[in-house]
Design a protein around this ligand. Structure first.
Ligand code: OSB
Ligand code: MG
Length: 368
């Protein structure tokens, strides 16, 4: 496949509700969307970085400058026979994994379309529907948290995850657990705690949580290992895992017993599959995280979630939760706690030009 051209758009996507985490309140997403063209085919992927480096270091302006100014001009005009060949061209570059993932993932979509197969088949997936949970933001009080959790449990979501922060942890967890003794329940702190908060985290041991997600620093493994020794509840790492090397170190240190894998955080599907294979060998379960993606990013996540070791419910909840109108024609909706895997070629979803026209704020074409 000879990469002929690339389109880079920035979409302005207002959320249907404000999503509050320990690091801030998200009301809209500025979504960088990349389209690669080759041989009459198109491949799509979105970036999951934010305008500000609140989750990890990457930013939308940084990614746009890197892609437009450096990466795309170097790649366009070249032929890549496989995703592995493209990955070799990206391999020398350090960090910037969300930006690199945009190119890698768009190429996988192209590649699978070129083969005439759905992406999940090309990746080696083993299921045509994926069990999912839902991530619920910080609410004004415990009653509001309980109402929201009960509503989503009734919709069939297989696991409820509550966002927490120091001073807002045991209260919402206790409220939801009291009403739902058997619900698969987890919490996500997005790096808001330190080892000095050990007692507050130990208090959560009483509620039978499946795991506590990323309590400590985004770039830490050592303190998580220490914290895990002090807790009964398994730790799950999100922000700290950017590569298979990180994963090996985390599992060897005992820093996590569960991994949240986000393909767009680790540089793309090849690195995600290496992490998948490593965790399988370690006997550590995986689940697929989300970054409030549009249908394009969600579709990539869903295809990845079909691999064998994704044994815990992921965060790919229904697109209609976040978006009044998604940018794709197909609807990605959960039924009975299961998200069906799109079965067309590639990621199996197609862009809706009318919606795209309304939400596109910037658009650049880069040619070979
Ligand atoms: O930590 O998993 C996270 C959203 C934005 C940034 C970080 C996270 C999240 C979520 C949302 O939890 C999951 C989703 O995409 O629905
Ligand atoms: Mg998380």
């Amino acid at each position: 496949l000879r990469l002929e051209a690339a389109e880079l758009r920035v979409l302005d996507m207002p959320l249907r509700f404000a999503f509050e985490t320990s690091f801030g309140v998200m009301r809209r997403r500025f979504v960088p969307l990349l389209t690669l063209r080759a041989g009459g085919l198109e491949g799509h992927a979105e970036g999951v970085m934010d305008h500000l480096p609140l989750y990890r270091e990457e930013t939308v302006p940084g990614a746009l400058a890197l892609l437009e100014g450096q990466l795309l001009p170097r790649l366009l005009g070249q032929r890549f026979a496989t995703p592995e060949a493209l990955a070799l061209a990206l391999a020398p570059y350090r960090g910037n994994r969300m930006a690199r993932a945009m190119v890698e993932m768009a190429f996988w979509d192209l590649w699978a379309k070129h083969l005439g197969l759905p992406l999940w088949r090309v990746l080696g997936g083993v299921r045509s529907g994926v069990p999912v949970g839902v991530s619920l933001g910080i609410q004004p009080d415990a009653q509001a948290t309980l109402d929201l959790a009960s509503g989503h449990a009734a919709q069939g979501y297989r696991r409820i995850k509550l966002k927490i922060k120091p001073g807002w942890d045991e209260a919402p967890v206790a409220a939801v657990r009291a009403a739902h003794p058997h619900l698969e329940l987890t919490v996500d702190a997005n790096s808001a705690y330190t080892l000095a908060d050990t007692a507050a985290l130990q208090a959560l041991d009483a509620y039978g949580l499946r795991y506590i997600e990323q309590p400590l620093a985004f770039d830490d493994l050592v303190d998580h290992a220490e914290l895990q020794r002090r807790l009964r509840t398994p730790l799950c790492l999100d922000e700290s895992i950017t590569s298979v090397a990180d994963t090996r170190k985390a599992l060897t240190l005992g820093a996590a017993r569960v991994i949240n894998l986000k393909v767009a955080r680790v540089g793309g599907h090849l690195e995600a599959r290496r992490i998948h294979d490593l965790t399988l060998a370690f006997g550590v379960p995986l689940w697929c995280g989300g970054m409030v993606e549009t249908g394009v990013g969600r579709a990539h996540n869903i295809h990845l979630s079909t691999l064998e070791n994704f044994t815990l419910p992921g965060d790919t909840s229904s697109a209609s939760r976040y978006w009044e109108r998604d940018i794709i024609h197909e609807s990605l909706e959960v039924g009975g706690g299961v998200m069906p895997v799109p079965d067309g070629p590639g990621i199996g979803v197609t862009l809706d030009p009318a919606v795209l026209g309304r939400v596109t704020r910037q658009q650049t074409t880069v040619r070979a």
